[in-house]
Design a protein around this ligand. Structure first.
Ligand SMILES: [Zn+2]
Ligand SMILES: [Zn+2]
Length: 292
């Protein structure tokens, strides 16, 4: 019963939270930040496009716009937030069986705020880089990740085009390591928005010369190769989410030439569903081909 109560309370809390976010614009408002950051990168795409002949409303623009709001808000509303609160409670109860009261290994909350934010950003991005590699290496996970790789014309909104199962995979894997350094599932707005902006940037149809910073930050000229159809590695290249540095450290970087006009996607993409409904259930039942 305790778990059902947590589920219902969390669900109501989140519904109230989303309602408040829409009605009350304020500086900590994720919805309006998402809209603002999206409009900023869309404006850059219109003013200084990298692929000048790509349509301004590119293929799947509206589908991806829907994915942005679905993955950023609605999916949580539909129950992920509630389910994850139940999971956390179950997990804590499970640990209590062994006399473990909390997982915190490093008391990070005594550090200066900037150091906490930087640590959260770095640790989380490195975990995500590893999860992203798994999404490519494990055939069952690759089936879900195909949604993100089914983009044919690249633009900022493709950033949040991904299967809802990815949220579950990322959040589940990051939970324990983040809990060990004292971060709960509460989010740090600044880190979240910074990651959101870099993610939009990576997928934007713009070219910004970063100089040596390209070895640290992911960027459109690098990430386009992550989406390229023809690459030498079967399990992918350039897995960076916010930072490119992990790919340079671990040797998974690949930029053979300017990738502006590279064909995007994966082998067998002609059989991949184009409509939202089929994409949402894609990968849940076994498929014959697992090609990349
Ligand atoms: Zn990928
Ligand atoms: Zn991408």
């Amino acid at each position: 019963m305790e778990y059902i109560d947590i589920f219902i309370t969390s669900f109501k809390d989140y519904a109230r939270y989303v309602g408040n976010e829409v009605i009350n614009p304020h500086w900590g408002n994720y919805l309006y930040w998402l809209i603002g950051i999206s409009l900023f990168f869309y404006a850059l795409e219109l003013i200084m496009p990298w692929r000048k002949n790509q349509p301004k409303i590119r293929k799947d623009f509206w589908l991806d716009a829907f994915y942005m709001f679905f993955n950023f808000f609605l999916f949580s509303l539909v129950g992920y937030y509630a389910v994850s609160n139940v999971f956390v409670e179950l997990f804590n109860d499970f640990l209590a069986l062994f006399g473990i009261e909390n997982l915190v290994a490093i008391e990070i909350n005594t550090w200066p705020v900037w150091a906490q934010l930087l640590t959260l950003f770095l640790v989380r991005d490195f975990i995500h880089w590893n999860v992203h590699r798994l999404l490519h290496a494990v055939p069952a996970l690759w089936e879900f990740h195909k949604v993100h790789h089914s983009v044919e014309q690249m633009g900022f909104a493709a950033h949040l085009r991904f299967h809802w199962m990815e949220t579950i995979v990322y959040r589940t894997i990051e939970y324990i390591p983040l809990a060990m350094i004292g971060f709960g599932i509460q989010e740090f707005l600044l880190v979240h928005l910074f990651a959101l902006a870099i993610g939009h940037f990576n997928h934007s149809n713009i070219k910004v010369p970063l100089g040596p910073l390209k070895y640290i930050f992911n960027n459109p000229q690098m990430h386009i190769w992550h989406h390229a159809k023809h690459i030498p590695s079967k399990t992918g290249v350039n897995f960076g989410i916010s930072l490119s540095i992990w790919d340079y450290i671990f040797g998974t970087h690949y930029i053979p030439k300017e990738g502006r006009d590279e064909p995007l996607g994966f082998d067998g993409m002609d059989k991949f569903p184009e409509n939202l409904k089929d994409q949402l259930i894609y990968g849940l039942k076994p498929h014959k081909e697992n090609s990349k």
